[in-house]
Structure formats: C-alpha cells, structure tokens
Design a protein around this ligand. Structure first.
Ligand SMILES: [Zn+2]
Length: 76
C-alpha cells in the first residue's frame, strides 16, 4: 500500500511531536539529543523512501533532484 505525501507528512509531524515530548522528558545531554534527532531523521528518511518520496524535498524519488536524496535539508 502506497501512501501519499500528505499522509507521510502527517505521520512525520505526529512523530516529530512525539520526539519533542520524549526529548523534553528525558535527561539527555545536548550531544545525546543531537544523536537522537539524527537517528530519528534517518528513520523518517527511510520511511519516506519506502513510500517513494524524498524526505528532503517531498517530491517523488524519480523527480527528486537533491544532491543527497533521502537526506533532510540541513536547515530542517
Ligand atoms: Zn529530494
């Protein structure tokens, strides 16, 4: 079953909210926090790719022109 970009983005925002709460409640160092967020972004990139979308630009992978497809934008 393929999901559309809107479903993926909804899942992403929901996941981001969960992560934010989890980070707030956990006694993490900044270093741990960065690693944690990196790992989560990797997971989201995989999730988008599984459904055929680029996580960085939200385009279909076949139309993606990112230098590093599947990687979130540095500013994200
Ligand atoms: Zn892209």
């Amino acid at each position: 079953m393929s999901q559309g970009i809107f479903e993926l983005l909804r899942a992403y925002h929901q996941s981001r909210e969960n992560i934010r709460l989890l980070i707030e409640m956990s006694p993490m160092t900044d270093y741990e926090r960065v690693g944690f967020i990196d790992a989560w972004q990797e997971e989201m990139a995989d999730f988008f790719a599984e459904h055929g979308y680029c996580f960085a630009c939200n385009k279909r992978l076949e139309r993606c022109t990112c230098d590093e497809p599947l990687r979130p934008a540095a500013s994200a």
